[in-house]
Design a binder for this molecule. Sequence first.
Ligand SMILES: Cc1cc2nc3c(=O)[nH]c(=O)nc-3n(C[C@H](O)[C@H](O)[C@H](O)COP(=O)(O)OP(=O)(O)OC[C@H]3O[C@@H](n4cnc5c(N)ncnc54)[C@H](O)[C@@H]3O)c2cc1C
Length: 446
Amino acid sequence: MKRRDFLTRFMAATGALTLGMGCKRRADQSATETDRFTLTAGTGKTITEPARNIPVLAETDVLVVGGGPAGSAAAIAAARTGAETYLVERYNHLGGLWTGGLVLPLLSTHGVDREKRRRQVIFGIGGEMAQRLADMGMAIHEINPVIDPEAGKYVLDDMIDDAGVKMLYHTMAVNAIMQNNTVRGVFIESKSGRMAILAKVVIDCTGDGDVFHWAGEDYDVMKYHIGLVHRLGNIDRIDTGNPDYKPLRLGEPTPIPGVNWVNMGGEREQDGLDVENLSRLQLQYRRNIWESVEKIKRNPGHEQVFLLDTASQLGVRMSRIMEGEYKLTLEDSMTYKSFDDVIGVSGAWTTMLFNGRRIPEEERPMWQIPYRSLLPKKTDNLLVAGRCFCFERELTEDTRSVGSCLITGHAAGTAAAISVLDRENVRNINIKKLQDLLVDQDVWLG
Ligand SMILES: Cc1cc2nc3c(=O)[nH]c(=O)nc-3n(C[C@H](O)[C@H](O)[C@H](O)COP(=O)(O)OP(=O)(O)OC[C@H]3O[C@@H](n4cnc5c(N)ncnc54)[C@H](O)[C@@H]3O)c2cc1C
């Protein structure tokens, strides 16, 4: 943006913000609320930040916060449906944990239908991403494909760009701008300073539910195991002919020959919202990985194996889960429950415990996701997609998969655009119209 344009927007927007009195009061309130740190230590002191005028960078139709699988799909869907769309991402790439977290398998692509056939369920924008990666030779396996992370970043960039999404990398959303119960945008922080983006609809795809937290929604906080994924190189140079060779567990193959990805369960019951805890785990895990690779190299035949990289995003599996309009249950998902407001279907990737029985992946029913599970209870003009939409904890393993996040993201983006184009609150959009559009956009609704 040219400096003159920026200043014009800044002046206009400053006026708009100053006029929105209710907005200012609520924004201040919400700023105080965010001071509820969950730090284990801390000095116990607080400090008051002086009030100041904040430049408004943009006023847009749809603002997506967080560029993981959910946020990328949401932004592409909103822009393709005809809404001006901004996407804000704190790091330098799209894909979130899928690419930056080196969590490479796109899980839940298949589920079992009522006729007990295992079939593909993930289509739409997620299916398109998977297909493009497969066509490039950068995905392996048809069911739950494993992708190359750099190819993933490239494809997502390309799709965002092609859809006309206005991308802001290196930008962290830091608070919601509220007018009574309506979210009007977010404050952002970057090397350009503190600014605001105003939007008609905001989609929270932060994974951690940052926006609904700031907006004052109720939520559950799930402490779960946090890991750090890494990749190993030269797996194809392991000398299995060495007389002292013994096979080691060295992760799983990726599309790049000789490169494996290695998952990490990590410590259990970890707080993914405590920055001190995250820093402690980051330090410890990176050291552990380095030392474990040094050990691997001392094994006969493994001398050439090396640490290719550790993930740039720490593996926070779960944190906040929104209390939304409808809490999707494990039972819903195990009993083929149909919803009038279905917006997508997801599949299986692991064994799930249901009614005391372990249901293996190959038998696990496909399951519908209702629109109401993306809707917060109190806040208007807000949608939530990705690993923090509304579901019960027992369903976590399935709702947090990349496939499920792509499905909820796609639906939230299309719904947000309909809300803007029809000038209707996201709560009251025409569900039939949403479903018809999703089907047109190649989403499978079961
Ligand atoms: C160790 C580990 C292994 C896993 N294994 C698999 C697997 O094999 N297959 C699978 O399908 N799933 C796996 N998962 C789960 C899956 O990766 C995630 O649940 C999924 O990526 C969540 O998608 P999301 O878009 O909701 O959030 P995320 O992927 O977490 O993306 C959120 C994005 O928002 C950005 N963001 C957050 N807050 C802000 C903010 N305030 N301002 C700006 N940007 C922000 C983040 O930087 C990030 O890019 C694994 C997860 C972990 C941690």
